[in-house]
Write a protein that binds this ligand. Structure first.
Ligand code: BES
Ligand code: ZN
Length: 642
């Protein structure tokens, strides 16, 4: 059990505040005798990224009444929080970031809303500001908060019409994971707390509002939502824009701007088959509908698994289904993540590692073992490259976040190392036993938020001890708590890459011209392999030009190939790509596809060029992307490293 300095400091801060009841709030913080209450999930979880006194009182339902104002770029309205008291008390502490709180009231014994005192605490750079509400009596059941968002909330992006596909209508969307829900709703922003929610949302005519919930249109301007399954705050999501819907089948479909709808429907036509495959292997899909929302290109992630409605970047619409593993991934979260949820952000690998594993199993069932193995092999190589750069502590699955924002510790480790760990177990125990284990794990912890420790106990009981002498506790320990990759790992290795590697080598050895290589029938993944494993630092401009002339990488419409190629070009100081790269950096905002390229530019003599491109593109990026790039370009030009 970790007890960080931050928790201690925030306890101390709470004690300084004027209400007597703070003693209670402080008592409820994770500080003592946790073992004795370990049977109650909330009490056993220490999340130091929330101010909330959730171990004492937790929200079980959120009722939102919001207006989406595109002129003001503001969400405003009321939220009613329904409370469960685990221990009597009169204080409720919530998370906020940059919210304006107008008033707070409680439902009193007469059934009336009665104003109650509240205060916003000192702003913490990572956590935001605690909203402390003081009730005159114990065990208040409902509290209502009237509030509005600020000009640039970390969890919302407001887009002008020019930043959309159709150019006629504005757009807005939320991205709450990890700790950004607090920037648009005052709540208990910890994945340890689960709640149902409902919402009534108004906006201007011509716009559609969607949320991660069941949707009913009430009028041209008003939409109602209900999410009857209890979910963590980071899965509450909203978007509004000039959207249309196209069904894929009875229970799944696509929301997109009209200009994108047909292309997206064609690209993601296999979604219903993916749902069927996952449900067959891992148990029923428990969320009703599964729809996809295609966002504008500034969406900062590839995808986000908002329940019933995954948010998807348009950058994976390649025209040939080559990048649809993203859909398998977000869908897989319907089991790993949304059904069984990481209780704290230290446990993110429970979400992402399991999801990356399940994603690849879906890909294997749908498109065959070759494709699945190619994707595993590519991710593995990317992980190796990333591990070479990462602080050793961040290579641990059960990561110690210290005082950091989880976004700042984000890496491929929880994803790919997590997947490798689960593949290791699969290989050791055999598919049948392992599949049964995974399915029973999802059933056992369904609609719960769990820690790595709870996973381990379940693993020990249901796999290690059930089939003894196959995998040891110490091997599991090496995977979960150890740094880097275990020495006993068997890396994935796709035979479909053998020929690619051979041809690359022939070219590097001067035995064949690029134009003479036999690349017929290569898939996108084989091209990625061809580029990714090229030498760094010592290819000549003439060699890169030869590749580009033969294969026309610069300006390619496949965003993964573009990313791979620009990375290779910059690593080898082939700066003829800059004009095309400028377009890539300006037109998309997906962090994984742009931030590493900015990084390479920022440490070259093209720092100033990159800064200029960034400053011109900045207003089109998501606030979270802006935040990382602002830091990168905050100082005066650094000494160029070659
Ligand atoms: N849940 C994640 C996105 C996320 C993780 C947001 C952590 C904030 C904090 C989503 O499911 C995801 O993993 N997206 C990946 C997809 C890829 C690995 C297939 C992405 O956006 O690149
Ligand atoms: Zn994910």
């Amino acid at each position: 059990m970790f007890l960080s300095r931050r928790t201690l400091i925030s306890s101390a801060l709470l004690m300084l505040l004027p209400f007597v009841q703070y003693a209670n709030a402080a008592d409820s913080l994770p500080n003592s005798n946790l073992a004795s209450v370990a049977t109650s999930p909330l009490h056993s979880v220490a999340d130091n990224l929330t101010f909330a006194n959730y171990q004492q009182v937790s929200i079980h339902h959120i009722e939102l009444a919001l207006n989406v104002d595109f002129e003001l770029q503001q969400l405003s309205g009321n939220v009613i929080l329904e409370l469960d008291w685990h221990k009597a008390g009169k204080t409720l502490v919530l998370d906020t970031r940059d919210l304006t709180i107008n008033s707070v009231s409680m439902l009193n014994a007469k059934g009336q809303w009665q104003a109650v005192p509240f205060r916003l605490g000192v702003v913490d750079k990572v956590k935001g500001a605690a909203l402390t509400i003081q009730f005159p009596q114990e065990r208040v059941a409902k509290v209502k908060i009237n509030y509005h968002t600020s000009a640039n909330p970390s969890g919302i992006q407001w887009l002008t019409p020019e930043q959309t596909q159709g150019k006629q209508w504005p757009f807005m969307f939320s991205q709450s994971q990890a700790i950004h829900a607090r920037s648009w709703i005052p709540l208990q922003d910890t994945p340890a707390v689960r709640q149902t929610y409902s919402a009534t949302v108004t906006t201007k005519q011509g716009m559609s509002v969607v949320m991660s919930a069941d949707r009913t249109s009430l009028s041209d301007t008003q939409t109602q939502f209900t999410m009857p399954q209890a979910i963590p705050a980071y899965l509450i999501a909203i978007a509004a824009g000039h959207l249309q819907f196209a069904a894929l089948d009875k229970t799944s479909g696509i929301w997109a701007e009209p200009e994108m709808l047909a292309k997206a429907s064609k690209e993601f036509t296999d979604t219903p088959a993916m749902i069927a495959i996952a449900a067959k292997r891992y148990g029923d899909y428990r969320w009703g509908r599964y729809d996809l929302l295609i966002l504008p290109p500034s969406f900062p992630f590839g995808g986000m698994e908002n329940p019933r409605l995954s948010f998807i970047t348009p950058t994976v619409i390649a025209g040939d289904k080559s990048l649809v593993s993203l859909i398998a991934h977000e869908l897989a979260h319907s089991w790993s993540g949304n059904l069984v949820t990481n209780a704290t952000w230290r446990d993110l690998w429970l979400n992402e590692g399991f999801t990356t594993y399940v994603e690849n199993r879906i890909m294997e069932d749908l498109y065959g073992r070759d494709r699945a193995l190619m994707e595993q092999t590519i991710s593995y190589s990317e992980l190796l490259a990333e591990l070479a750069e990462l602080p050793a502590g961040d290579s641990v699955l059960h990561i110690d976040l210290g005082e950091r924002d989880p976004d700042d510790a984000f890496s491929g480790v929880p994803y790919v190392k997590g997947q490798l760990f689960l593949r290791f177990l699969e290989q050791k125990f055999g598919r049948e036993r392992f599949d049964n284990f995974v399915k029973s794990y999802f059933d056992h912890f369904a609609f719960q938020s769990i820690t790595t420790e709870q996973f381990r106990n379940y693993l020990t009981q249901h796999l290690l001890q059930r089939y003894p002498n196959i995998v040891s506790e110490s091997e599991v320990d090496t995977w979960i708590e150890g740094q880097g990759l275990p020495p006993f790992l068997t890396p994935p290795n796709s035979p479909a890459f053998d020929d690619i590697d051979a041809q690359r080598q022939a070219w590097l050895d001067g035995k064949a011209k690029a134009s003479a290589l036999n690349t017929q029938g290569w898939t996108v993944h084989q091209w990625l392999r061809f580029i990714n494993e090229m030498p760094r630092l010592n290819l000549t401009p003439a060699q890169l030009l030869e590749l580009d002339n033969a294969f026309h990488f610069t300006g390619t419409s496949n965003n993964e190939i573009a990313f791979a190629w620009y990375s290779l070009a910059l690593d080898n100081r082939y700066f003829s790509v800059l004009p095309a790269l400028k377009q890539h950096l300006t037109e998309i905002g997906r962090r994984r596809l742009i931030v590493p390229l900015y990084q390479k530019l920022a440490s070259s003599e093209h720092y100033d060029w990159a800064k200029t491109v960034y400053l011109a593109a900045r207003s089109g990026y998501h606030p979270q992307t802006q935040a990382s790039l602002d830091t990168m370009f905050s100082d005066t030009p650094i000494e160029h490293q070659h």
